[in-house]
Design a protein around this ligand. Structure first.
Ligand code: 3HC
Length: 292
């Protein structure tokens, strides 16, 4: 199976990052969005990132050449000839299932369907199509252009041929793929989410301040970001959603949201994207911990 033409569903933070990486790796990419304004936003983010790489001299070709392989559309029919579809739309099971069902009859029969979901069951998503054996998870990490990992997720229905093709495709994107199975959270979030939630519980218990817990993990363990900086970076709304899916699956306290996380989400403090979370980003280069 040869993958040449890539379709990406959603041009948000993850979708635009995936599209950028695929075009940079030489693939022809079509990105689907519901409205032109979301495409414009995603394309602006790709432009900024590609310019950064170009200035650093890390691109093999001029930005123009990469840009010429990226096409945005609001018409699902433009996905018909894609060899692989990577879905990165809103993290909502019903929305994702509706999207897959709506394109299943449009996209050619032997194309692979992949989801970038971080917590929703790939097996549940594949039930919305007539191609269960051609369905995998391809879970990328934020920021996609910089983070090397892709989790390649196999379900009991995925064929070996499709799984291998998806694994090789992740390598061709310049990423390091890891093999995992369809258990909620896969490898990274299974370990990362309880760690981040424990940091919130440690703060609630008065173990240390937000800044001190962040510095402790950053400087004591060599992590690039402390847990609160990372929570604000990932998005508190996203993390809160993931806790629900994981707690529902495992019924273990370590996956349950601490009250403080819930309060922040209820208040609309989602982290960096809203300018407020565990930190205040009024001065983006000098975030200050909020008094919580
Ligand atoms: N494109 C191109 N360049 C970028 C970029 C992008 N999208 N984002 C940042 N950069 C550049 C910066 O401009 C900077 O360039 P410079 O050296 O010329 O100044 C360089 O990359 C380094 O960035 P920063 O100086 O801002 O900071 P860091 O050195 O800390 O690197 C980081 C940034 C790679 C994000 C690093 O902090 C990191 O690895 N953090 C952890 C991220 C992480 O854990 N992500 C996973 C989250 S979990 C997830 O996604 C799963 C989901 O399911 C929840």
């Amino acid at each position: 199976m040869e993958i040449k033409k890539v379709g990406v569903l959603g041009c948000g933070l993850m979708g635009s990052g995936i599209a950028q990486v695929a075009a940079t790796a030489g693939f022809d990419v079509t990105i689907l969005e519901v409205e032109q304004k979301y495409l414009d936003k995603g394309f602006a983010a790709m432009e900024k990132s590609l310019t950064k790489f170009s200035e650093k001299g890390t691109l093999k070709e001029p930005v123009d050449a990469i840009r010429s392989r990226l096409k945005g559309t609001t018409n699902k029919l433009d996905l018909a000839d894609r060899d692989i579809i990577i879905e990165a739309i809103i993290e909502n099971v019903e929305e994702k299932k509706m999207m897959y069902a709506s394109i299943d009859g449009i996209v050619k029969k032997d194309a692979i369907f992949a989801s970038n979901t971080s917590s929703i069951s790939i097996t549940e998503l594949l039930t919305s199509t007539k191609r269960p054996e051609r369905f995998v998870g391809l879970h990328f990490f934020n920021p996609v252009p910089l983070m090397k990992l892709v989790e390649v997720v196999r379900t009991i229905a995925t064929s070996a041929e499709v799984y291998d093709a998806a694994y090789e495709f992740a390598k061709k994107l310049g990423k390091v793929p890891v093999r995992t199975s369809d258990k909620t959270g896969f490898i990274v979030n299974r370990l990362l989410v309880p760690y981040m939630l424990d940091a919130v519980r440690a703060y609630e218990d008065g173990v240390g301040s937000i800044e001190d817990i962040d510095n402790a993990m950053k400087l004591g363990c060599g992590y690039p970001m402390g847990p609160f900086t990372l929570l604000d970076f990932v998005g508190l709304d996203t993390t809160y959603y993931i806790t629900h899916v994981m707690f529902d699956e495992f019924k273990e306290r370590r996956f349950a949201s601490p009250p403080l996380l819930k309060r922040l989400v209820m208040a609309g403090w989602y982290g960096r994207k809203t300018g407020k979370g565990f930190y205040d980003y009024s001065e983006p280069n000098n975030p200050k911990p909020n008094k919580l």
